[in-house]
Design a binder for this molecule. Structure first.
Ligand code: TXA
Ligand code: MG
Length: 340
């Protein structure tokens, strides 16, 4: 299959939206920009279209997809929100939608089981990306869309990265430029706790624990010890991984280069102890100079992809401070890492 790439600069935006809607309406899949990472979208109510998403990504069918709605009032088309959490769901939607928050809620029977991997819950999000939202609204159907990478690999934050991942496997990529957040949405399971709503963070992301605390009791999901039962497959320990082995160090003294091997450094600021430690094949800073977490989040997958291409024997990653957005960055670095 030939993969077309369509730009969204100026007058071409309308045309891109029209082309994407036509392909989606015909039951095909299209890669689209969102504010977090690029998604591979298909009509969420069309099981055959959803099957094409799994096939293009080589994604195992036990890993459920996020359903993207075009407006808040469409939530009831994909989820059945229990009475006792109606208020908190509305508050969360008003605070963070459109934006990088995904809520796990009881599923509506109209959503095909393939989308949710047979689970009784569905993951729902409302993207803030203008092109994405025009497309989902014009189509008039919710879009199932996982990140537009092959399974287990680095999420794409540009159209070029999608092309690298899925060339020849999908008919169209809509180029909306670089993603503005760069990390996947925060996934929260919303339930009623004993006294207050219970918000379980299944995947940390741009909406941090601190930002959720006003809405209920926030806890971090702990995977069951039984590895044969991943409660949420996004929690698979190996994910977001480059081809080059990546080692996340705790301390510069943990780096012991082997003779004859070359190393690339994924640095936080591009300065300091880690940089001085070695003659690196390449150094890529996440946040050049002053180490700002939002900038680091934005650049993480882009920088990982670049370092993967320099031909080093290993990528050494420097840790970032694990506060706020740093929690999500460290989560992705750990999963990308060869030594979890
Ligand atoms: O920012 C994002 O969330 C991006 C953009 C494209 O929207 N999407 C994304 O999708 O990251 P994906 O498929 O790469 O990751 C979604 C994760 C999966 O790991 C899956 O396990 C989890 O969401 N998930 C989906 N439905 C779930 C459910 N019902 N219960 C628990 N986890 C679920
Ligand atoms: Mg993904």
């Amino acid at each position: 299959m030939k993969t077309e790439m369509i730009s969204t600069s100026d007058e071409q935006t309308k045309e891109a939206v029209k082309a994407a809607v036509a392909i989606l309406a015909a039951g095909e899949v299209v890669a689209l920009p969102t504010e977090t990472v690029y998604g591979l979208a298909g009509n969420a109510f069309d099981a055959a279209a959803v099957a094409k998403i799994f096939a293009a990504k080589e994604r195992p069918s036990f890993d459920p997809l996020i359903v993207h709605i075009g407006k808040k009032s469409d939530l009831d088309r994909v989820a059945i929100v229990p009475e006792e959490i109606k208020i908190v769901v509305e508050k969360l939607a008003n605070a963070f939608w459109p934006g990088p928050l995904t809520m796990i809620l009881p599923k509506h029977p109209d959503v095909p089981d393939l989308v949710t991997s047979g689970m009784p819950t569905v993951a729902v999000r409302l993207s803030a990306n203008k092109i994405f939202s025009s497309i989902v609204r014009e189509l008039g159907q919710p879009l199932a869309a996982p990140s537009a990478n092959r399974f287990g690999r680095i999420s794409p934050t540009s159209a070029a990265a999608v092309f690298q991942e899925l060339d020849g496997r999908i008919p169209l990529i809509v180029d909306g430029g670089a993603c503005s957040q760069g990390l996947e949405s925060t996934i929260v399971h919303v339930q009623m706790g004993e006294k207050r709503p219970l918000l379980t963070i299944m995947r940390p992301g741009p909406i941090t624990k601190e930002m959720l605390q006003n809405f209920g009791k926030v806890e971090k999901f702990r995977a069951a010890k039984d590895p044969s039962k991943p409660a949420a497959p996004g929690l698979l320990e190996s994910h977001y991984a480059p081809n080059t082995p990546l080692y996340l160090l705790k301390d510069p003294s943990d780096f012991r280069p082997e003779a004859g091997k070359t190393y690339a450094l994924l640095s936080y600021t591009g300065e300091g102890q880690y940089v001085d430690l070695h003659h690196w094949r390449a150094v890529e800073p996440l946040s050049p100079g002053n180490g700002k977490l939002p900038e680091a989040a934005l650049r993480l997958f882009h920088v990982m992809r670049r370092l993967d291409a320099v031909g080093a024997d290993a990528i050494i990653a420097e840790p970032v401070s694990e506060v706020g957005l740093g929690v999500a960055i460290m989560d992705r670095l750990r999963r990308a890492s060869t030594t979890v």
